[in-house]
Design a protein around this ligand. Sequence first.
Ligand SMILES: [Zn+2]
Length: 192
Amino acid sequence: MNQKPLAIEICETGRYIYSKGLAPGKSGNISARSHDTVAITPSGMSLGCLNPEDVVMVDIGGKILAGRKKPSSELQLHLDVYQKRDDVQGIVHTHSPYATGFALAGKMIERLEGFGERKTPFLKMVKYAPPGTSELAISVGNGLKEEDSVILKDHGLVATGKNLFEAALLAEFVEETAKTQYISRVLMNMEF
Ligand SMILES: [Zn+2]
């Protein structure tokens, strides 16, 4: 088991995500996997100022291996994705403002270049389920079988990657994509 690097990865990527405005306040949760060990952010702490001892280590079934803090309330969501996607080693869940604005409005975000080979016109949006429930975990896990990111109706987004930083970059790209589309749609409706 390789605990220290995973915990440091969580702290560094947490600071990156927070600094980009993707996880304001104490929102958002992230995890990284190495073999059967998953490191996840604690419940109720800002992603911007985590220390390695705040990170909770669990096995792939959710049993706590190390850490004094309570794991994120979305732990099950993270585990469900890892169980369904062997290639995923990092997961980011945020309520970043533009992507979440689309999720709340029920408006689809167009898929731009950079989202890989899957050629549907819009990013996938999974139906609403209350935060922290196994219903949400199952629907996100299923949604991510064929996608690397999904929008959660009335909630936020989840992005995955072959490592945690890649997942963070995808979450950032989804947010930038939503922001650009918001700006362009507003401008198209303006009279100059
Ligand atoms: Zn959430």
